[in-house]
Design a protein around this ligand. Structure first.
Ligand code: ASP
Length: 280
């Protein structure tokens, strides 16, 4: 069993040592709780559970504490992919729910599996998701000061391999902050979140860059075709360099390889496979 999570990028210019320590602590606690959960649950159940914990944590840019778009609204995107059934489900630009990843899970057994905006919200309400305001005072203040533009990235993601060797991935985001209303991030696309029987990947970074190279699906495809996880990821990151792309990934392959990398320092992450590791 393996578990790896990320909490997006750490911006040295806009974050303090205190924030770094708080993120290390939060990621360590969540990955440890997630690994315990994985003992008795599938990879799919575990990635949903873990991303839900990350969404609930105000330090990260997903769910509660997500970043606000340029019209003052917080729209969130999240997706899940089950590597065993090869099903992808997600919500794009949903408002006023607590856990977008749980709405994505509800969609997994439906015929229509990726919903956006008002349609996603209507589906959530029909399925019992109560109104919830995820905007924290901190994010509101940042929005008002208009200073969270390219920094403070903190999308969240999780990849898990369960006791049966099945892999799943989930990713959730509040977006870039100050984007044009309803801009679509990579997080609820196969560029930002993908898994099959061979590997699973969750991305963070600039959504447009991640979509440009189809990052998550590309890494998984390369592993499926025989590359090691590290080779597949590093080769795909070479392609980002063509346009100075900005991304980070966490990944697990069915050979038990666990890998993370980023194109710019640095993504915050933690992993557990009997041993806890956390970014430094
Ligand atoms: N990938 C997310 C987006 O482009 C942002 C992030 O990962 O921080 O919306």
């Amino acid at each position: 069993m393996k578990l790896i999570i990320h909490g997006g990028f750490f911006s040295e210019s806009s974050s303090s040592e205190e924030t770094k320590i708080a993120k290390q602590k939060a990621l360590s606690e969540i990955v440890t709780a997630g690994y315990e959960y994985l003992q008795l649950h599938t990879a799919l159940e575990t990635v949903t559970y873990v991303v839900g914990l990350l969404e609930d944590h105000e330090l990260f840019n997903a769910g509660t504490g997500g970043q606000i778009q340029s019209d003052g609204k917080l729209r969130m995107s999240a997706s899940i992919m089950d590597g065993e059934s090869l099903r992808f489900s997600g919500v794009i630009n949903i408002e006023d729910v607590k856990n977008p990843v749980q709405v994505a899970l509800k969609l997994m057994d439906k015929e229509d599996r990726v919903l956006s905006g008002p349609g996603a919200l209507a589906f959530a309400r029909q399925n019992g998701f109560e109104p919830y305001n995820p905007i924290t005072p901190q994010r509101q203040q940042e929005f008002e000061e208009k200073r969270n533009q390219q920094n403070n990235k903190g999308t969240v993601g999780c990849v898990a391999m369960d006791a049966d060797g099945n892999i799943a991935a989930a990713t959730s985001t509040g977006g870039k902050g100050f984007e044009i209303p309803c801009r679509v991030s990579d997080s609820a696309t196969v560029a930002g979140n993908y898994a099959n029987k061979f590997a699973g990947v969750s991305c963070t970074g600039v959504g447009e860059d991640i979509v440009n190279v189809g990052l998550a699906l590309k890494v998984v495809t390369r592993v499926t075709d025989g590359m090691s996880l590290q080779q597949a990821t590093d080769k795909s990151f070479e392609e980002l360099k063509q346009f100075d792309g900005f991304a980070g990934v966490i990944a697990i392959s069915n050979t038990g390889e666990m890998y993370h990398t980023d194109s710019h320092p640095y993504m915050v992450w933690a992993s557990f496979d009997g041993r806890l590791q956390v970014f430094n």
